[in-house]
Design a protein around this ligand. Structure first.
Ligand SMILES: [Zn+2]
Length: 68
């Protein structure tokens, strides 16, 4: 078996969480896992900020509608 991302063989492989798997990428080596996890944290931080901003905007708009 080889890492589905870099193709390295003779390395331990971790199963990617099912929700992140694609048809071509299901397992990866520790090096790829490290990089992918770092990217995931970065994306989660970005989408977290976006989620807060969108919800706050929604609440503000709802307040406007109701109180005017
Ligand atoms: Zn790899």
């Amino acid at each position: 078996m080889a890492c589905d991302i870099c193709g390295k063989t003779g390395t331990p492989l971790s199963d990617l969480r099912e929700i992140y798997q694609t048809d071509e990428i299901k397992v990866m080596c520790p090096d790829c896992e490290k990089v992918v996890n770092k990217q995931l944290r970065s994306i989660q931080s970005m989408t977290g900020r976006l989620q807060r901003a969108l919800l706050q905007r929604f609440m503000g708009e709802r307040k406007e509608r109701i109180t005017k």
